[in-house]
Design a protein around this ligand. Structure first.
Ligand code: UTP
Length: 308
């Protein structure tokens, strides 16, 4: 540890992180008209909504309490993670009890709470709505529209980040390298590797959607975070940023100036399903891995590509 690497002194940072906030209240304008009555986080990847993949990652990482920030179409989200006695009775009557376990499973493995974001003021504002729920404890954030696939054999994405938090006792964010010309789509970080691990960077600065010429690196924020509760004060102090929104990246930049903050540069594949091409890639990749869909889809894709 270098002299500037000292952890923040806030009480409560020793406890394991048990709570996560999942924002899912965005307008999803890039996915209209599908997102007129349904959040993009409920789009299916084969037969499971994106948000369920995200919650499964959180649970597999040790989170057992989840606050979902919902927008106008909150009912679709709440119904999905709730019991559905009528559907269960129907499945029992047609002799498909194994499907009952599947539709109940995730709601049983974590306590799920909801809060409504009434005005879509930005991601920073959505996270701020978690303040009363998480209290004076560190917590995780997983973007509800982002699926993370670590390389075979690695721990779940959020778990990798929690390991950095537990070692450093300071806020941490996952980042991945993107082509230089893409930096204007992401939050970008500037930092220096710590001595013990070249994949962990002590952060100096974070900037949301910088022009290519001004970007301090090509390390893009990947949709997974662990924060000390001081992030809430930083969001309060953050005005409107890029796009007129209260940007979480701007609040993180403030936090990095007040206390140590780290980035974990990982190899995981990130699917930002708010982007139509990424959504299609995610659907195809997952369907090609599922035994019941892989063969027929592979044949179809080969035929379709041969004809194009
Ligand atoms: P995006 O930056 O993808 O914004 O949000 P968006 O508004 O949903 O999508 P477009 O650009 O209109 O197509 C990143 C994450 O933050 C959430 C979104 O639901 C998504 O999970 N979010 C964003 C909120 O919860 N509230 C907001 O005000 C903005």
């Amino acid at each position: 540890m270098t002299p500037t690497d000292h952890p923040p002194a806030t009480a409560g940072h020793r406890a394991a992180v048990r709570k996560a906030v999942i924002p899912a209240a965005g307008m999803g304008t890039r996915f209209l008209p599908a997102t007129k009555s349904m959040p993009k986080e409920m789009l299916p990847i084969v037969d499971k909504p994106v948000l369920q993949f995200v919650i499964e990652e959180a649970v597999a990482s040790g989170i057992d309490d989840i606050l979902i920030v919902t927008g106008r179409a909150k009912r679709a989200v709440e119904n999905h993670f709730d019991f559905n006695p009528e559907l269960e009775a129907f499945l029992a009557s047609v002799g498909k009890p194994e499907l009952i376990d599947q539709i109940r499973d995730i709601g049983n493995r974590a306590r799920i709470h909801y809060i409504r974001q009434k005005l879509q003021l930005g991601l920073g504002d959505a996270i701020r709505l978690g303040r009363d729920h998480v209290g004076d404890q560190p917590f995780a954030v997983l973007l509800g529209d982002t699926i993370i696939e670590p390389p075979e054999g690695q721990k779940p994405g959020l778990r990798q980040l929690l390991d950095v938090f537990e070692e450093r006792r300071a806020s941490a964010v996952a980042v991945h390298r993107v082509p230089r010309e893409w930096v204007g789509r992401y939050g970008i970080v500037d930092g220096a590797p710590v001595a013990a691990n070249p994949n962990v960077l002590r952060l100096r600065r974070l900037v949301e959607k910088p022009p290519v010429a001004d970007a301090p690196s090509n390390l893009a924020i990947a949709g997974r975070y662990v924060f000390t509760p001081e992030i809430f004060g930083c969001i309060d102090a953050t005005g409107q940023g890029v796009g007129g929104e209260i940007q979480l990246t701007d609040a993180m930049d403030l936090l990095a100036r007040q206390q140590p903050m780290y980035a974990l540069s990982w190899q995981a594949r990130r699917y930002d399903i708010g982007n139509r091409v990424e959504y299609a890639k995610c659907f195809v990749d997952f369907a090609l891995r599922r035994p019941e869909t892989a063969k027929a889809l592979r044949e179809h894709l080969l035929q379709a590509l041969a004809g194009s």
